[in-house]
Design a protein around this ligand. Sequence first.
Ligand code: NAP
Length: 354
Amino acid sequence: MERRIDVGVLGATGMVGQQFVLQLANHPWFRLIWLGASERSAGQRYGDAAPWRLPTPPPREVAEMRVEAAQPGTAPELVFSAMDASVAGEIEQAFARSGHVVVSNSRNHRLDADVPLLIPEVNGDHIGLIAKQRALRRWPGAIVTNPNCSTVFLAMALAPLRVFGLQSVIVTTLQALSGAGYPGVAALDAVANVIPFIDGEEAKMETETKKILGALAADHIEPHPVAVSAQTTRVPVINGHTESIAVSLEARPSSDDVREALLRFSGPPQHHGLPTAPLQPIVYLPEQNRPQPRLDVDRDHGMTVSIGRLRTCPVLGYKFIALGHNTVRGAAGAAVLNAELLVAEGVLAVPVER
Ligand code: NAP
């Protein structure tokens, strides 16, 4: 693509917002020209507005940009959103009403019937809801969302197994501290400990997964009938959510069939060759002690889900371990991939003149 599309980030000063800034640095299709946050940060130089929390510094030209108030008008057509959920709902709607395409990472609109909850490899066709959304809400813009971080990895692991007749799933997560944002969990709670509760997380996994795996109907998504039972825990890992998953499959495939289905899995991002797409969305690791967050979380720039330890389960049929990068594939990288799909599928136009 010769001409890049101007983009902005709402909530640019937060943990996920900073990850967006890195994901968009040197992006071949997108050019970051606008940063929005709360009134507390508006007017400040981005480099001064909030302490930088990631190991790679922001590009110098981005650090010099002024933070804007989160109001539509001055922002480009395409904006990524990483705002606090307490404010994201209203502000994202105001942007869509003013003609912006909001690619959001926040939870507020994920379960709205006319809003795509996208993982491009799994349900790229759900962008068909955008036309319905525009007609229903009478707005020229759009809202597109990505799932909760732990739901992304579960849905990606389950998607290739749909062909075997997914019946029920039990998942237990071991989630990284970075998933709680900054400052997140108190050090005295987190160090050498496991916290068996993450507010709202289990309900998100159980409901979002059914929408993501569901089928596009005329004006809504018909949820997949799979029954999902989730337990979520916080563990002293910096990046990477690990998930212990057991599944019941109606067709009773062999373990080779299951492994093959996971390995062969790909979708529109791979077919279009989208810039942020991993070569293989799922990598199967044959070693007995993998995947591990420390060794496997950054595979393919954090966009690949690593799976291992596939074996029979005496209760449900099969069980395995999955791992994904929560702030990349589970947040900013997921949203950037969604926006790339919107461009590839013609929902977002490439500028013809600059
Ligand atoms: P965070 O670090 O607390 O950042 C929140 C951002 O929202 C900041 O940029 C903040 O700007 C902005 N904000 C707050 N009030 C605002 C207002 N009134 N108007 C405009 N902007 C406002 O949170 P986070 O961890 O990055 O999470 C951001 C979103 O992503 C949340 O909805 C979260 O649930 C979701 N999420 C997070 C993760 C993760 O791994 N952390 C994963 C998936 C999804 P100021 O700096 O100016 O206050």
